[in-house]
Write a protein that binds this ligand. Sequence first.
Ligand code: NAP
Length: 445
Amino acid sequence: MRVAVVGSGPAGFYATDDLLAAGAQVDLLERLPTPWGLVRLGVAPDHPELKSASRVFEKTAAKEGFRFFGNVEVGRDVTHAELTRLYDAVVYTVGAQTDRRLGIPGEDLPGSWAATEFVAWYNGHPDHQHLEFDLSDPRAAVVGNGNVAIDVARILARTEAELAPTDITERSSAAIVASTIGEIVMLGRRGPAQAAFTPPELKELGELGGADVIVDPAELELDPASAAALEADRARARRNVDILRDFAARTPAGKRKRLVLRFLVSPVRIVGEEKVEAVEIVRNRLVLGDDGRIRAVPTDTFETIPCGLVLRSVGYQGVALPGLPFDESRGVIPNDRGRVAGLPRVYCAGWIKRGPSGVIGTNKKDAAETVEALIADAEAGALACEGGELGALLRERGVEFVDYAGWEAIDAHERALGEAAGRPRVKLTSRDELLAQARALESRQ
Ligand code: NAP
């Protein structure tokens, strides 16, 4: 059985591993010259323990039957229809490639960015290195209360010494260190008991070398529905509230930066003539809906927070793929336990299957469910293909793809640069540099 897996992030690697274990040959396709998806380009550089997931991926790649095709984009270099002819089955694990919008006036003013763009920039994503972030205003606002919001707020608050031993790009590290931002304000639309971030990530904000964390105790007061929900369970929410109460009780130490966590406020307008000058927020109250969900409802109390940078961090959003069905409202490929609706022999896993939630490990179970469905279909005799060779097709088209040895050459080069600089790696940040490094290997062979 020959299977193409499209997208080499965690879901792609976990699916690949399960498929290899079932005896399949797997070609893992990736749009970028480098594998690992958000483990390389999303996980914060100061969280090396999360990046260690890549060691599991390396073990998968060393297994019999695995091949990597980096720098190959489905829809540009090879079509979905061609893949279904070449392979018995195709599994899409492409993640959620864009950001959710706030839908408020001023959202597109210069200085208002999707947090995902900032993340991609500081992590060395080749498609985002041309971005210019103006970090010269005294204040930045981060909209959202998830772990990505925490990541970008924390990275903005980091000191030179804290960034030095990470694999953040040198350019972004220098810009953050030189920035004159003295206050970072995180804006949560609901209360502390509804925050999406997780306790270890929240706790870390209280341990920053160069920033005091500031919480107004008045914004931690729980409405009856939140208090009841907290009583009922929610270990995560309870721990978050405890940590926030500890933050609120602290006396600021007078560090260079302040990281202010606000709750029950929503941006209604980003204000500015030619660029962001402020964000206007409305105070919310919480209402328990019939569905049991606690919602934020605006009051008539408004406030304006002057700031020159807004990072909108309200979740990722999946993008439709040519030739595949798409559920616009949820941003996912409609599927039944990973079987793509209406398309035999086509499957999906990860964020494009279930939406952008969960941690890296969540994708393991998710991918296992998809592969189980695929294997069941194989056993039922439902999989078949015309045959052919992807490598030959790409060469015929002049597509320069990076195989696994090519990636290993890039990896070794980056690690060697890192060793000299006291960092885990120094990333190559342009496609040209990455391809040249992979090519250098071919000429040595
Ligand atoms: P997320 O966890 O879904 O959080 C999105 C946040 O945006 C929520 O607080 C949400 O509030 C808020 N929001 C949504 N629409 C809004 C609006 N119109 N106005 C104001 N706020 C709005 O998404 P994420 O932070 O992008 O993270 C994605 C996934 O990656 C999560 O599962 C996360 O845990 C994971 N992740 C993990 C780590 C880590 O483990 N260290 C790091 C980064 C990301 P409501 O709750 O009110 O909707």
